[in-house]
Ligand binder design. Sequence first.
Ligand SMILES: O=C(O)CCC(=O)C(=O)O
Length: 259
Amino acid sequence: MSFTASEIEAYRRDGYVIARGVLAPDDVAALRGEAQALWQRADDGAAGQHTSHFGVKKMTTLRDPQLHSSVYSRYLTDPRLVQRMAQLVGPNVQLHHSKINVKTRDDRAVFPLHQDHPYFPHAQHSVCTVLVHLTSTTSARGCFRAIPGVTRPLEHIADDGHILDPRRYPLESAIELPAEAGDVVFMNYLTPHGSNLNASDEPRVLWILQVRAAEDRPLEQPPGTQQATPPGNRPGQGTMLAGVNPDFAWAASGASSRL
Ligand SMILES: O=C(O)CCC(=O)C(=O)O
């Protein structure tokens, strides 16, 4: 249920760590079943968010599944997830948002390397991206990739500011992280990452949670940010997943949910 000292050290050094077999097959089946039902309610994915790379579709995203299914709300506080989050970000763990990323054979663009930091910068860089694998991945099946050891914000230049310079940071320069359903990758939001194409007939489904220390503070995106996020579109932001919010006034004012 928890990381060893050397796994925590690996997260601090590399910016990510993989926890194998965190969720059991019946947990995965429950979350996968709800994702499938949600997909159907979203017009077979058509009503989801579609993202592209230079005009070619790379992914469908169903945002904040906990707004759509109580099963997702329940798993947001699953001890197997939140105890590990607390070891990495501190005892007071707060949700920023969650989403389900579905990658099918029809999504013909890779997910190029980028950091998550420019989308939701924070003062202390505590933000941890938690990738819960609901299907298994391989090199040919949309596996996640990451570059270890990056601890500072990098410039995002290409494709309307969404990605790192692909000449300096091609997807192939990142380490492949194949995983089984039930495995979970914990990654700091400064770690450059992306994913391969899914060349299989089975959709690749990842449930992604972004969490932070409750003591950390979201920052305004810098003026001129090309992937600006309108305030208020992260409806679960500020929800406590572990511990307490030590700053009553901050939480009560609604400020922790604003950016
Ligand atoms: O789902 C994936 O393959 C990558 C997702 C990702 O990098 C992101 O949403 O920032």
